[in-house]
Structure formats: structure tokens, C-alpha cells
Design a protein around this ligand. Sequence first.
Ligand code: ADP
Ligand code: ZN
Ligand code: ZN
Length: 705
Amino acid sequence: MTAPVGADLPRIKVAVDAPQHSGIGGPLDYVSEVVLAPGSLVRVPLGKRELLGIVWPRGAQAIEPTEYADPSKLRAILAVLEGLTPLSASWCRLLEFAAAYYQRGVGEVALSVLPPQLRELQSPQLQLRLKRMRKWVAEQIAAPVQASPSRPTLSPAQAEVLAQLDALLTEPASATAKGAQAPVLLYGVTGSGKTEVYLRAAEHALKQGRQVLVLVPEINLTPQLEARFAERFVGRVLVSLHSGLTPAQRLRNWLAAHEGQAELVLGTRLAVFASMPRLGLIVVDEEHDPSYKQQDGARYSARDLAVYRAHLEKIPVILGSATPSLESWQHANQGRYKRLALPERIGGGALPRVRLFDMRLMPLSKGVTTALTRPLLEALRLRLERGEQSLIFLNRRGYAPVLHCSECNWKSDCPHCSAWRVFHKGDRSLRCHHCGFSERVPAACPTCGNQDIAPLGRGTERLEEQLREQLPGARVLRIDADSTKLKGELEAHMAAVHAGEVDIVVGTQMITKGHDFRRITFVAAVNPDGALFSSDFRAPERLFALLMQAGGRAGRDAEQAARSEMWVQTWHPEHALYKALAKHDFEDFAKSQLAERESAGLPPFAHLAMLRAEARTPEVAKAFLDAAARWAQALPVAAEVLIYPCIPMSVARIANVERMQMLVEAPSRSALQRLLWLWNPELHALKREHKGLMRWAVDVDPLAI
Ligand code: ADP
Ligand code: ZN
Ligand code: ZN
């Protein structure tokens, strides 16, 4: 490694994943003896290390901290990864935008979304991979081209939607002149034929020689969608991108997309950053799903970035949902998104009849948790007799959320967190769901020795146990994070449900999503009220979506639809959310929620950022946030924004780390961004004063506050 190289060589900017000491760092300066196209991958020295970097296009990044560095001190790049097509200018712009908007270094974000294996490769190895990938792909293309698979005749509603979409899809050229197109919000209940619309739109893009990107919120949903796309597009190259792939698979699939061989890319939120040179369409399925928001590092929203990317590349984007996010819904109300609706289920399937049960009036069964009311057990028995499946939704795993001693009032708290440890009966453990701390269940109360310690409340494990007791002979299956830990377990469970080997499925929100069950005629939500009174302003929106989705599991064919039911057992049957749910009326629900949000000054009527600090003591975290607030209050932009006093996070302590947060509210994105940009270097400086005793992060457009 030779250091000073002189000022004569051409200077280039290289984005590297280096720790940022002073604000949102841009790419670093290097020199190169050869001319390098922007987007090329290079290996560069940094300190004593050698890193992968991306030759960055000039002029776009607003902050260029090393611009004035002494030219004689610049170091030379070490090597170029040869044979790889450079990343496109629009890809670099997408990454620049993401980094700036979510307040991270551009190199950090750009390098973190590349396949990890790329970092270790030298040119010869890369070329070997490329060669293998191409052979991969060539074999797939060379497979006997099968007769074009039959497509269903479009329903009138689908035809109408596609006619409208067609106008958008066929005008990419004129759109360039006009500027970007409006994103499409495809609003339709489960089973209304949204996926068929995605398939047709994809077909359109493929015919034009373009690539298609389809995003789904969860890995679990990829195999199902992959199967449908593969079945439709026989002989086309389809790859997936998600965190469940091996590093080698991820590299191969990424390369296939990047080199333009893969025509269809299916993936989770990370795939929004896939490099696709001929991208012609983006689909975001279940666009409302919170999984699209990354919860650490650069806390990006893949849904929002998909919209930005489509705008950047002037291509259509379709956001699909039965219960759109209120942000997207409001955009459609304002005409910024084009709303297209599929109001009915395909083939006459109706949504199940929703019945609200007032828990205050429900006859309880003896010796059973309150959730299993007598009418509920009767309803389950009826389905058992008819040979139909039922699904019970309870969004809490474990046996009981807490163990309790009635003598001294001891509760199974976690010594490291401000949370209870959950009782798991299966392995007789008390387990903290926040820090993972786990111990065997004590035989007696650890405080007073009372042997009569009892579980309070219920989780899926307890519900499963009691269902087995109450309905002997019924085949009960529990599906939650605990019962699906091992690879392949979830798939096996799902297959059992599909095959009719299960009578009653008990599970958390895991079972409400996307799975196309055919035999379910009865869905019950047994304890959903918590979300109504949560401090999280998005909790009702999420609950409504979950319950609509849970209900969507039942009655998918017309014959069953007539006798399909969804039960909600609630202490608050008069609540507007349940009233709207009973009518399957998302629009009514959205209207009332939006009115509430507007009067409370919450998104989408305000723009939020959350500054979080973590430290060993709450005082240190608070001191940091208070100092940050004082500094920000002195800025001219402070007149436009509201900085709230800092408060502990809802779980204030996790693994002995105290967590505080401070909310910032602004009337516009730009005001918020201006504040954050000025703030960022100051926050880095403040943190340095704390000498590593704390951590901070900013969450732009946080999901929960
Ligand atoms: P969604 O994505 O809204 O849940 P799908 O596109 O999966 O809906 O459609 C639901 C079911 O109806 C699927 O089994 C699909 O194959 C079928 N389907 C969709 N469109 C049609 C159509 N036009 N004719 C017949 N069946 C259809
Ligand atoms: Zn006790
Ligand atoms: Zn804990």
C-alpha cells in the first residue's frame, strides 16, 4: 500500500462503509490511475483496512467533507472488480436519497444493501461467480418452453383496473416528457384478484423487455407468490431476494438482477435496493404492512422508497392492499395517488359475516380461561361436526404473559428489563421476550415461598391446551414464533392446514397474513382490545388491518362463504373500529381515523422524527436529549417544528440499557429534513462528549411513537 500519490492523478469519489464521526458523511476522495466509470466497484485502503467501495457519481451528494483535502494526501484505489457492469446512476441516486432522508452515511447504506459476499471477492473470483450465474440462468432459459399457461378471463372489475393501468403502462415515453406518473393504489379485499392484476401488469412490462420488481412484507409469503409467478411466466427468469437465502444464493440472485438476466425479482424490503438496469414496474403487495419499515440501522420504509424509485426511474408502481396505510389512502384522497378498486371477491366468495360479542354479557365456561366462552366452544363444535376448519387469533405467544403470587403479589418481572417474563409451559421456562433472559419456572414464589403461584392472562400456548381439553379429539395446531422456530416448520404447519389435517388453528398475527386457506369457515379474535387503548397512535390502524386480514382467511369460495363467520370477543363492542369492521367498511374506518389524526396533528397531517438515546442510566440518556433539544431550539427552523420533552420509551429498559426518546413534529417534510440536517453533526459532536457511554439514533417517519 503506497500512500501519498501526488496531485496529478484524477481524483474520484468512492462510497465506503466507514464509521461516520461527523455527521452524514458523503463519499471519500481517492485517486486512480485508470479512468473509472461511476458505479464501478473498487477496493480501497482506509486506515489500515482494505474495503469494498463504489465509485460515486459526482455532484449529487450535498455534503462533500473531503473536497478540500490536501491532494498529496489522497490514496490510490487498490483494485477494480472487473467484469461487473457498473451500478447505474439512478441506483446511486436512490441510495443517496435513502441515506439523506433517513440520516445515514451514503456509503454505509449503499454497501449494506449489496450482497455481503461481494465484499470479500477479488476480480477472478467474481468472474467465476458471474460465469456460473450466467450458466445458471442459461439453463433456465433453455428449459423446454412450455405452452403458454392458461390465464383466467378477467372479471369486469379486473378488466376495468387493467384498462386504467394499461394507459399508465404503455406511456413510459410520453411520461418522460410529462414527468413521473402517479403511483397506483390498488385497493381490494383478500381474494378480489389483486395478484392477477400484478401478473398482468408484469406480463405487460416483460413484453416490453423490462424487469419487474415485486415486494412482499414477509419471507413466509415469498414461496406462495413465487409459485404463482413461476407458473404464469414459464421460461422466464425469476429470482428472489430476502434474508432467508444463503450468502451464495443471495450473491447469485443479486448478480442475475444486476446483470439484467433476471426478469422478475421477488423479495422482502431489502429488495427495494436491487440493482435492476431495465426496471419497468414495481409492485408492493400488502403495502400497509409494518414489516416494510426497517427497525435498525437506516430505518427506511421500503414502501416509501419504492414510490421514490418509481418516480426517479419514471416507471409505474402499484401499491396493493385491502386496508391501505392511512398515508397512502390520504395521498389517494388528495389525488396524488391513483386509486383503483377491486370491490368484490372473485367467484362470488363473500367476506365472512362479522359478529361482535360483548364480553360483559358472555356466559363463561367453567374452569377455562375467559377467552373460551361457551358460545365460542359451541361454534367450534359445530365446525368440527361439519368437518370445517376454524382459526383462532390471539396476538400473544407463550402460556401466560406473567406468573403471579397471590400471597405477596410477586410477579415474574425481568431483572434486566422493565417488562414481565412470559411463562412458557412447554419448556417450563420464564422467558423475557425483550432480552431473551430465561430461567426455569420456580417451584415456589421466590419472595415468600408460597407454592401456589399462578399464570395471569393467556397466550396461544394456554389457549391450545384448553382447546384440547374442551374439545377432545379435535386436531389443534398452534402457529406462532415458538412453534415455527426451526427451518421448514412453518411450511410443514401450513401444508397440514391446507391438507385438512388440522381442525383448529390457534395463532398470532403470523396466521393472519396472506395464506390462501381454502377450508376455513370460522375465524375468532378472542382478545383484541389492547390495541384500542395503546399509546401507539397507529395501533387501531394495525388492529383493523389484522382483523380484516384474519377475516379474509375465511369464505374464500362462494360455497363456503354463505356460512362463514368471524367472531370478535370484545369488552368494547360499541367502539367505532369494531363497528366499521362488522360492515367490512375500511373506508368508513379510514375516514374516522384520518379525522382523529388531523385533529391530533398526527401523520399523515404532520411529519415526525423520533430521536432515541440509550445509556446505562436514564439521566445520561436524558442529558443527551435535553442538550440536543436546547441546541435545536436555537435554530431558525425551530420556529416551524415542535420538539417534545423527552420521555422513556414504552419498554424503558432492555438488557439493562435505559431508553429515552424525543419526538419532533413538523408541518412539512422539508422543515423536518432541514432541522435533521442541521442537527446531525451536532448530535455526533454531543455523542463524542459522552465518550461512548451512550448511543443515539434518529427514526424518520417512525411507525410507533
Ligand atoms: P388477492 O391477491 O386480491 O388476494 P388473487 O389474485 O389471489 O386475489 O385471487 C384470488 C383467487 O381468485 C385466486 O385463487 C386466483 O387464482 C383467482 N382468480 C383471480 N382472478 C381470477 C379471474 N379473473 N377468474 C378466475 N379466478 C381468478
Ligand atoms: Zn409470594
Ligand atoms: Zn429482559
